[in-house]
Ligand binder design. Sequence first.
Ligand code: TYD
Length: 138
Amino acid sequence: MISGVQWITFTAHGDSRGSLIAIENNKDIPFPIRRIYYIYGSSYDAVRGKHAHKDLNQVLICVSGSCDILLDNGKEKETVHLDSRDKGIYIYGFIWREMMHFSEDCVLLALVDRPYDPEDYVYDHDQLLRLTESEDKK
Ligand code: TYD
């Protein structure tokens, strides 16, 4: 996986009735959750995201269906396929992300460590490259 992103595997408590996954702050994920949102009803052709965040920790879990997420840290790119209920991607670096190829039943859950702040978004991919270069010079 590219730097700034890692997989997290959750413990599924399964029995003959089905499965349950519990996620607790600072235990199953490495930050306190301050916001939750979820994406659904996106078509296979829709592309969401197309931004980076200046300062955000986030875990994305496909709790139903599947989708692809393109992750780009300015130096390396990787597309991951999310289709497991017990796996999420933890994005903690300055990462450009694009979500796409949503299945009809896709529900993409996001657990985030900050309230919504439009000022935290970077929509200019060139800015990502400039910021990555200036980090390298430090
Ligand atoms: P948007 O950023 O376009 O979603 P995506 O990252 O999936 O492309 O968000 C869609 C709308 O939802 C936009 O009007 C902003 C709003 N929104 C909130 O009000 N709170 C939030 O936490 C988020 C993520 C979005």
